[in-house]
Design a protein around this ligand. Structure first.
Ligand SMILES: O=C[C@H](O)COP(=O)(O)O
Length: 258
């Protein structure tokens, strides 16, 4: 799947089998179920058996993604963990390049992941994820991600926030820089994914930017609380409805302008 064929996809991140069952209830309103363990970090990795149970719990036509963690610069360790996620049933493998301080380190890690995952499952989709608030944790710059993804053979470049303290994607990477991120990803024939306490009110901007995947947890949890709240199927449906509304408005604007 390449960007020219895509519309905006909604990725939702449950943290347990129970929450994944709630996602399954809202399956018609989401595109990707993303297994993570938020108490182990922004892209915290969950147990293999949880990935497997969630794969079994959601409809077969919904891809299951799994985060491999906020990983250190340890290419062998990370490659092995990524293979574990793939063997457990995930077809989207997301790696948070938390411990990589240079693009070269990040490419090293992602090359190992791509080889480990694609040797096992050639059609798996590998996502190189950086952090919008990289300046707070000292990892690679957000705009370096598309090139890291391209040079490592990954399929997508993503940004999320590392520190979930209420600050949001656009607080750290303003919309015009996110647009440049998406442009660079598309130029490299990659999908672009954006996340980080994204709210319904950000969808107009995200649609205009042309991102391919928007990742969400807090906005579809009860009370907007990604930790204490649980994913609500009705909030997933409402979020998707807003995405569709913005997509239609944007398409109409483009059609009028041309
Ligand atoms: O991959 C997406 C993340 O889980 C986003 O979580 P968040 O919306 O709570 O920041």
């Amino acid at each position: 799947m390449r960007w020219k064929e895509c519309t905006l996809l909604l990725l939702i991140s449950p943290d347990s089998v129970d929450e994944a069952l709630d996602c399954a209830k809202a399956a018609e309103h989401l595109d990707i179920v993303d297994v993570k363990k938020p108490d182990e970090g922004s892209l915290g990795a969950n147990f293999p058996w949880v990935i497997r149970e969630i794969r079994d719990a959601v409809p077969a036509d919904k891809p299951v993604s799994a985060t491999v963690g906020d990983v250190p610069y340890k290419p062998g360790t990370v490659a092995q963990a990524a293979l574990g996620a793939a063997v457990s049933g995930a077809t989207y493998i997301k790696v948070g390049l938390y411990g990589c301080t240079t693009p070269e380190q990040a490419i090293d890690v992602m090359r190992g992941v791509v080889r480990a995952v694609k040797d096992y499952r050639p059609d798996a989709f590998v996502v190189a994820s950086g952090y919008a608030d990289a300046h707070r944790i000292g990892c690679v710059n957000p705009l370096a991600l598309p090139d890291i993804a391209r040079r490592s053979g990954s399929d997508a470049a993503m940004l999320d926030t590392a520190i979930k303290d209420g600050t949001r994607l656009f607080d750290h990477v303003p919309p015009d820089v996110c647009a440049e991120f998406v442009r660079l990803a598309h130029e490299a024939d990659l999908l672009a994914a954006l996340a980080g306490s994204v709210k319904v009110g950000d969808l107009g901007e995200l649609t205009g930017i042309g991102t391919d995947i928007v990742g969400v947890r807090g906005a579809v949890c009860e009370g907007g609380d990604r930790n204490a709240g649980r994913i609500q199927p009705r909030l997933v449906a409402a979020f998707k409805a807003e995405m569709d509304r913005h997509a239609q408005e944007y398409a109409a604007t483009v059609a009028t302008a041309s």
